[in-house]
Design a protein around this ligand. Structure first.
Ligand code: F6P
Length: 341
């Protein structure tokens, strides 16, 4: 059997660990052959492939990014998308695909599978918002990076007695903001799931100054004020209809300065959260996902995605996750309110 592997959407630490694990088990245990499709679904449309054997995956376990490249290409938005994908698979003798992606890439995979493409999905994203799995790899690394940044910001905030707003990634979900904010001892955490009251944030800030501590406010990029709109970087849409976010941190710092008369600055962590070597946990999870994805292909379990449930890896029908996002539960967020202000 010959398997094509692709990585789509925003990259995240651990993608290479999946690729390595898939190839190692597939070649060594089952005698499968592999080919890499370059740059996500773009390679499937264009027919750009690369060899993927044991030699190609040697040494990539701790490397961030993806040796296959990635893109936000949506094959279904291109003319003859399905036929072009099928042509690429046929031209390279590919029997099945392993698709490593987030909600968008796996959404396209779900549709292509419905139309006859044999594939198995592997969930990834630093945002941890793919429905059907307890965790995605990449998230733990991103939380570690954001937590370290918050730790560092505490000391400089205290030296200058000013508010520091930290903007982290999280388009639809506040997982990174919540985990890093709690781990880093933030004084306010703002998530997309819970529109925030600017007056309340300013009250928390003032309260913090009163007891001679400098406030740290962690905001997910998709956080929105109760009265207002999501702040966009620009209005251009990607092929999945997403706008570019970022700006909430800067906006909030200005509001805090204006409303409290105290100094505030913003740090936007951006792609630093996605780059570099994966944490041990992400390497472990990515490796297990890879091993189970190859098993799913061997078993002909097409149209499924491997997922983490507790400590088990299970198979979830891709259809069940379609159009769903895993968001922060309000009761989980409420658990931490005692730390705000
Ligand atoms: O895909 C997850 C994500 O990290 C989002 O949180 C963020 O909005 C987006 O990627 C930004 O990605 P890019 O700059 O690559 O478009």
């Amino acid at each position: 059997m010959k398997i094509g592997v692709l990585t789509g959407g925003g990259d995240c630490p651990g993608l290479n660990a999946v690729i390595r694990s898939v190839v190692r088990k597939g070649v060594q245990e089952y005698g499968f052959e592999f080919v890499g499709l370059r740059d996500g679904w773009l390679g499937a449309l264009r027919g750009t492939v690369m060899p993927l054997d044991i030699a190609a995956v040697r040494g990539i376990l701790p490397r961030g990014g993806t040796i296959l490249g990635s893109s936000r290409t949506n094959p279904l938005k291109h003319e003859d998308g399905l036929r072009r994908v099928q042509d690429t698979l046929a031209a390279n003798g590919v029997d099945a695909l392993i698709v490593i992606g987030g909600e968008d890439t796996l959404g396209a995979a779900t549709e292509l599978n419905r139309q006859g493409v044999r594939l198995v999905g592997v969930p990834k994203t630093i945002d941890n918002d793919v429905a059907g799995t307890d965790y995605t790899f990449g998230f733990d690394t991103a939380v570690g990076i954001a937590t370290e940044a918050i730790d560092r910001l505490h000391t400089t905030a205290e030296s200058h007695m000013r508010t520091l707003v930290v903007e982290v990634m999280g388009r639809h979900s506040g997982w990174i903001a919540l985990h890093a904010g709690i781990a880093g001892g933030a004084n306010a955490i703002l998530v997309p799931e819970r529109p925030f009251d600017v007056d309340q944030v300013c009250a928390w800030v003032k309260n913090r100054f009163k007891i001679h501590y400098a406030p740290i406010v962690v905001a997910a990029e998709g956080a929105v004020p109760k009265e207002g709109q999501m702040i966009l970087k620009d209005r251009s849409l990607d092929e999945y209809g997403h706008v570019r976010l970022s700006g909430i941190g800067e906006w909030l710092a200005q509001e805090i300065e204006g409303r409290t008369g105290t100094e505030a600055r913003t740090t936007v962590l951006g792609h630093v959260q996605r780059g570099g070597t994966p944490s041990a946990f992400d390497r472990w999870l990515a490796t297990r996902f890879g091993l189970h994805a190859v098993d799913a292909v061997r078993d002909g379990a097409f149209g499924t995605m491997v997922a983490l449930r507790g400590t088990d890896i299970v198979r979830v029908p891709l259809d069940d996750t379609r159009g769903r996002i895993k968001v922060v539960d309000p009761s989980l967020y409420d658990e931490f309110e005692v730390f705000f202000g």
